[in-house]
Design a protein around this ligand. Structure first.
Ligand SMILES: *Cc1c(COP(=O)(O)O)cnc(C)c1O
Length: 453
């Protein structure tokens, strides 16, 4: 059993398990009604306060939350736009790096600094990225006092916008390492560093990847924000979510567990559709990852799905371990509690052609440009049939300008970067090339982390 601050700093447990709160807090209908009319930061503070109780006071949390979202470019932070008679799109791309990961990581970076300052400690965050996570993590940690951050990306294999969002951050506590290899090579290198426990302890290595509980926690807030804006707890809701690692959907499940009246989660996938097939059949079976127009969802094994499994299996950790072990060994496993999940979750899959066709028709019918990830979510929400009194909210996870080539292909329009990034292509870059070699990487991390020692 760990306190919130230790789970925050550790990310992944040493035995490979994922952290979850010991019990779920919940809000009564009256408490949810009282969230109406609050600012995003106020509402988010209310939603998260029970999880950090004992580590942070509500006033400390409120200050960190307010600061996290102060720089977002839309005053509503997570605005809703109506796309159809019963379809709303929640725009989660008004943060510094234009993807929904900012909503969690802006807070997580500040939580790290706050908790580490109290403990008088420093950490070195090391992570691998295929694109979106790296820039959101760097933006959240830049110039923080107690944190150094190194992000590995596969050289030449991330888009230019994505690379520049990382490499143009010149803060002294940020290093970008371009690895000669693939994203999988980068991940294996990071794993090798964390598995070397002596090295991990020497440098206080830490991770902010999508399995960090604090990231899930911060995402719960926008489900409440959307629900309350549309009339919850006095209306029923459904959420359609474009999915990779399942962290975003799981945060929605937590919101429902805490009292938000959610009838359905519609899980959108691209051609990497393990979850669509699972929700249809009850069998998880891995296939090779294929590249698509929505690269942040090119994932076969959704790490946060394990958390859902744990809940549906009555919090039986040994059963989860058995099933995941079978999955890793055989590449497939039948999940016994599937029947119960079937009432709440439904999966839809969109290949690239269907995604482009939808982006085009959305543009023609609403005038809105949507990025390919968001299109998969919106398409899933449109495909799902729910009762007329259930309000459907689709989550838009990236700004169209983050994936301009796909948007232009679908609509003929090249979306412009928002003003705060308009000069991105003129900014100087800083990055170092490293070989695909764990020992060389360790030397680079040691040199960087030790520079102020
Ligand atoms: C990371 C990401 C996703 C997938 O989110 P998960 O929480 O991993 O399911 C979807 N869209 C975009 C734009 C992303 O960056």
């Amino acid at each position: 059993m760990l306190d919130f601050d230790d789970a925050l700093l550790a990310g992944l447990a040493r035995d490979g398990g994922l952290y979850l709160p010991e019990s779920w807090p919940s809000f009564s209908p009256a408490e949810i009604r009282a969230m109406r009319g609050r600012s995003y930061a106020e509402l988010a503070t209310k939603v998260m306060a029970p999880f950090v109780a004992g580590c942070l006071t509500e006033a400390e949390l409120a200050a960190l939350v307010a600061d996290s979202y102060a720089g977002f470019t839309h005053p509503a932070v997570a605005p809703l736009k109506q796309f159809g008679a019963n379809l709303w799109v929640m725009e989660l791309f008004h943060g510094p790096t234009l993807a929904f990961k900012d909503y969690a990581l802006q807070l997580v970076g500040r939580l790290f600094d706050h908790v580490l300052a109290k403990k008088g400690k420093r950490v070195t965050i090391v992570g691998a990225t295929s694109g979106d996570t790296g820039s959101a993590a760097i933006e959240s940690c830049r110039d923080r006092k107690a944190v150094d951050i190194l992000i590995l990306h596969p050289r030449g294999r991330v888009s230019e916008v994505q690379r520049r969002q990382m490499t143009t951050v010149l803060s002294g506590n940020v290093r970008n390492l371009a690895v000669d290899g693939t994203f999988d090579d980068c991940q294996d290198l990071v794993k090798a560093l964390f598995n070397d426990h002596a090295f991990r302890d020497e440098l206080n290595l830490s991770a902010v990847n999508s399995i960090n509980w604090a990231r899930v926690m911060a995402q719960v807030a926008y489900y409440f924000a959307a629900g309350v804006a549309l009339g919850a707890p006095d209306v029923k809701l459904a959420f359609a979510v474009p999915t990779g690692n399942f962290g975003n959907v799981f945060a929605g499940w937590v919101a429902a567990r805490m009292g938000l009246p959610v009838e359905r989660f519609v899980v959108g996938s691209n051609r990497n559709d393990i979850l669509t097939r699972f929700f249809a059949t009850g069998v998880m079976s891995a296939e090779g990852v294929v590249p698509t127009l929505s690269p942040s969802m090119d994932i076969q094994v959704s790490s946060n799905f394990e958390r859902l499994l744990f809940e549906y299996l009555g919090r039986d950790g040994a059963a989860v371990e058995r099933l995941m072990g079978e999955f890793r060994a055989q590449g497939r496993v039948a999940i016994p509690c599937w029947n119960q999940m079937d009432t709440l979750f439904k999966g839809y899959r969109f290949d690239d052609a269907a995604t482009l066709a939808l982006m085009k028709s959305l543009f023609l019918t609403t005038g809105e440009l949507v990025d390919p990830h968001s299109a998969v979510g919106i398409g899933a929400g449109m495909a799902a049939t729910t009762a007329a009194d259930v309000r459907m909210v689709a989550l838009a996870t990236a700004h169209p300008a983050k994936f301009p080539d796909a948007v232009e292909k679908a609509t003929g329009i090249h979306p412009a970067l928002p003003p705060h990034l308009a000069d991105l292509f003129e900014r100087p870059e800083r990055l170092e090339n490293v070989a695909n070699d764990a020992e060389k990487l360790k030397a680079a991390v040691r040199a960087f982390a030790g520079r102020n020692a």
